[in-house]
Design a protein around this ligand. Structure first.
Ligand code: AHR
Length: 648
């Protein structure tokens, strides 16, 4: 009898806890709110962590034009190999190598070890090419080999060159086996001299099989994300360590062979992550960025230098009176993107293969600049842009932090200057993201709109773990709820090579063969694929759901697809029971399927790795509605997107 009593007591207690834990979230369809920009969730690309050369840009040879400060970095020459620059093939990349095979049987040639090795995939073909001339005009034979880690050839090609003028030669080589850290070897097999430049090796299969193309698996990861906006090319990279090394977009267009290389600003920053071989080939340049934006269906958002080198580094700046060429660069960029083919820069675009305009709608002036120096320089940019291109939206900066002196100084200045969007950056702890999910609930609705241009939750160990992803998801409910004032958001940084990174966390990791989509990637994807057209209020007992009991929620209507989308985050560890009640339905819903996508792990520290890329991935399920709503058992450390069809 005693045991029975205890059992009944336990049952009552359990029932009590359940009733207490039961929550009701009310989504009010009668109050369809602000329009959500279709481009709201996007990506920010910067050549950091070997994101471009060695990453997205599919070129496999490092220092292909011998233009690094030490011209043979990346190369292992054997026999007689000299770097020359007389009568070059490319005037802006004048170095080339002269090989002299004296028939001494020791061989003459070069090897290139790529970016932390070259990845080859079994049965894939690789396009090797070089520009060559034979100083005495006679025919010379080259053997080209793909080499594996054990130093054995796994693919072979041959090229014969002749004539004393520069010509391009190419061949396709098939890899007989997979290897992650291979190299390429080139051997001059004929006696005498041969000059070579711009030695290049691409997988034959690139994104859309373009030559000078992009790594297919990495672009696919972007494509699957469905980004609405594509910000490029930086980041600090546009500022440069010095003004000389700032990103100059004009150097990144035209034939890839003649784009002058630029030392990468991320070469230096972190002593413990020093890569003295980090240069930008600009093979992935502004044309390719615009093309990629178009492929992804994302609005391009280029960032240009405002005449300030990185304010963390050299602090070099152009006097305001001398800014004209910088402003002209911005104006010319608009012409490059949108100008008709009879304009100077529109013609360059057309000659590169895209006569149609890229339909550029916005431009950012400066990256995360701060101080009076920035404002002084922004003023003439705004004046010139407004005069010549009133149709283009201008993005200004709120500095490198989401609060503090610089931030407080810059926002009123941006309002005064009437820029269209203000770029806010926040790299903060997951706790900060959770605590600040209501950040925009009371923002000024009359000034410029917000562009959350760089953000990521940084756990102490800087892993891309579940806790950080969930914190970002929670924070983003606040972005969505305030879509009338927050127009764009892009996580940062985008890519990192597992063997060559400077900064973490990053959204997508990769090595020479594999891609790892992080939990943070999936959060971005779940937002970007479920944008909706208008916000809807979702409340608990009349209050916004933003942190109470670890819960966060936002909701939207998708007028195009006649759907309601509810996003719920449970940042607490405990399971919570929630009834989502749909108020104001035109036609009551008795039973209808609700599609559920859920990102969840019981282990907040869990990460995806090359060895285990699918440890944390979204799962899909469905529940049935009952009485104009649906019941959801919400796991701890979880992010849910719930979608159902309604009659509008
Ligand atoms: O995303 C990495 C860097 O963080 C960006 O280059 C810069 O804008 C910020 O400081």
């Amino acid at each position: 009898i005693k045991m029975k009593k205890i059992y009944i007591l336990l049952l009552l207690l359990a029932g009590h806890t359940l009733i207490k834990a039961q929550k009701t979230f009310v989504v009010d369809l009668g109050k369809s709110g602000a329009e959500i920009r279709p481009e709201m969730y996007g990506v920010f690309f910067e050549d950091i962590n070997f994101g471009a050369d060695g990453g997205l840009y599919a070129e496999l040879i490092k220092n292909r034009s011998f233009e690094f400060d030490q011209p043979l970095v990346g190369w292992i020459p054997f026999g007689e190999v000299n770097v020359l620059n007389e009568d070059p093939c490319f005037d802006r990349n004048p170095h080339y190598v002269r090989l002299n095979e004296k028939g001494l049987r020791r061989g003459t040639g070069l090897e290139n070890t790529g970016f932390t090795g070259i990845g080859f995939k079994q049965n894939d073909r690789y396009r090797f090419s070089f520009y060559a001339r034979s100083p005495n005009g006679g025919e010379k034979k080259f053997r080209i080999e793909l080499i594996n880690e054990a130093n054995n050839p796994i693919g072979k090609g041959e090229l014969y060159i002749s004539g004393s003028g520069w010509k391009k030669y190419e061949c396709l080589i098939k890899a007989a086996e997979t290897c992650a850290k291979g190299k390429i070897r080139l051997v001059l097999e004929s006696a005498g001299e041969a000059d070579l430049d711009h030695l290049s090796l691409f997988p034959a299969e690139t994104w859309k099989n373009r030559e000078n193309g992009l790594r297919k698996d990495l672009v696919e990861a972007l494509y699957d994300l469905k980004p609405g906006v594509f910000r490029f090319p930086g980041g600090c990279i546009i500022e440069g360590n010095t003004l000389e090394t700032r990103y100059q977009w004009k150097n990144s267009v035209g034939p890839a062979e003649n784009r002058p290389i630029n030392e990468n600003r991320w070469n230096y920053t972190f002593k413990h992550r020093f890569f003295p071989d980090y240069y930008q080939s600009y093979g992935l340049g502004f044309y390719e960025f615009f093309l990629l934006s178009e492929d992804l269906g994302a609005e391009p958002l280029p960032v240009v230098s405002c005449g300030l080198a990185c304010q963390y580094e050299s602090t070099e700046c152009v006097p305001v009176a001398d800014l004209e060429p910088y402003i002209q660069d911005a104006l010319d960029l608009i012409e490059f993107a949108n100008g008709t083919t009879d304009t100077k820069w529109g013609k360059v675009r057309a000659e590169m293969g895209h006569p149609q305009p890229f339909n550029l709608k916005m431009i950012a002036i400066g990256n995360e600049q701060w101080g009076e120096g920035y404002v002084e320089r922004l003023i003439p940019f705004v004046k010139a842009l407004r005069k010549q291109h009133p149709e283009i939206k201008i993005v200004g900066s709120a500095g490198p932090t989401p609060d503090g002196e610089n931030f407080d100084y810059l926002w009123p200045k941006m309002k005064e200057l009437k820029v269209d969007l203000v770029d806010e950056h926040y790299y903060r702890s997951p706790e900060w993201f959770l605590e600040n999910a209501g950040r925009y609930d009371h923002y000024d609705r009359n000034g410029p709109k917000v562009f959350a241009g760089e953000y990521a939750a940084h756990p102490k160990n800087r892993d891309n773990n579940v806790a950080s992803a969930i914190a970002e998801a929670a924070f983003m409910t606040g972005l969505e709820r305030n879509a009338d004032v927050v127009h764009l958001a892009t996580y940062a940084p985008l890519f990192a090579h597992v063997d060559a990174w400077q900064w973490k966390p990053d959204m997508i990791w990769f090595d020479n063969l594999n891609v790892v989509r992080t939990p943070n990637y999936y959060v971005q994807q779940m937002y970007a694929r479920n944008v909706g057209t208008n916000t809807l209020p979702v409340t608990e007992e009349g209050n916004v759901i933003s942190g109470k009991d670890g819960l966060y929620a936002s909701a939207c209507l998708d007028k195009v697809h006649s759907e309601i989308i509810v996003k719920i985050v449970n940042a607490a560890a405990e399971v919570q029971d929630i009834y989502i009640s749909l108020k104001g339905l035109k036609k009551p819903i008795k039973e209808a399927p609700v599609q559920i996508t859920c990102l969840h792990s019981n282990v907040p520290e869990a990460v995806n790795t090359v060895a285990a890329p699918n440890t944390v991935i979204p799962t899909h399920s469905s529940v049935q509605t009952s009485e104009n709503g649906f019941q959801l058992k919400v796991e701890g450390n979880a992010f849910y997107v719930c979608k159902l069809k309604i009659q509008l």
